[in-house]
Design a protein around this ligand. Sequence first.
Ligand SMILES: C[S@@+](CC[C@H](N)C(=O)[O-])C[C@H]1O[C@@H](n2cnc3c(N)ncnc32)[C@H](O)[C@@H]1O
Length: 278
Amino acid sequence: MTQADFDFIQSLAYEETGIVLPARKKHMVYSRLSRRLRQLGLKSFSQYCQRVKSEPSELMNFVNALTTNLTAFFREEHHFDYLEKQVTPLWRRRRDKRLRVWSSACSTGEEPYSIAMTLADHFAGAEWDLKILATDLDTNVLNKASKGCYSEESITGLPQRYRDKYIKTTESGIQMKQSIQKMIHFKQLNLLQHWPMTGQFDLIFCRNVLIYFDNETKAKIIARFRQLLAPDGLLFIGHSETLTNISDEFELIGQTMYQPLRGNHNKLHTERNKAALC
Ligand SMILES: C[S@@+](CC[C@H](N)C(=O)[O-])C[C@H]1O[C@@H](n2cnc3c(N)ncnc32)[C@H](O)[C@@H]1O
């Protein structure tokens, strides 16, 4: 891989995904794209760069190869504890019975399924209108996520009550039950591009993806989350991420958990929300 190839890959990845690839990641880029070169029978990275330039359909494979998709069920467990113990009792008092959650970099689905299992006990009844939107840029991970099929090892440590209720064992591993799968809508969405959603979310998960972006990209995305988040909504980010120096529109309420700052505008909404409670 010549310096010119790496420069091209670096700037295309940044333009398309917001992902910053510093020089120290050259080895990682090399090994991830080498697989693609082999599949295509190409002999050099220069040929591959040429292919990406001339064939727009290769762009998706390029992006899929460069994303880091590490995830796990109930990763950063404190978020799910907070959701169960602090958020659920408040939501249960809501009169409108409409709840919207967005897992905005859902990878292979473990995050939205963990959210669904946490909320299903409380809000699965017919009177509740609960929807979880789960999006990612990478089409390969979304494909896996929508199947809801995982290895037995991936659920080690999953509370027994969730295994019993929401998971079945099959010959090829474990399968999320229909009751959980139907709570989640998987869609491709690039956080850098157009977001088709207009309604407000009660909870947004954006965990372990901001770390790949520079501050300018982080600030833009966080400002857009603010627009889509209900005044009493919550934003959860990853364990090594922070909104310090990124946004002054949120206040920290717990470990990497934020709520919109309550200015005058918010106060009005809060009054309205209070009135909406029983
Ligand atoms: C490390 S995984 C995090 C998964 C999960 N949120 C968690 O914390 O376990 C990061 C995910 O962000 C996705 N991603 C990277 N850039 C993105 C972008 N511009 N728009 C949407 N998703 C993106 C990747 O495809 C990857 O699946």
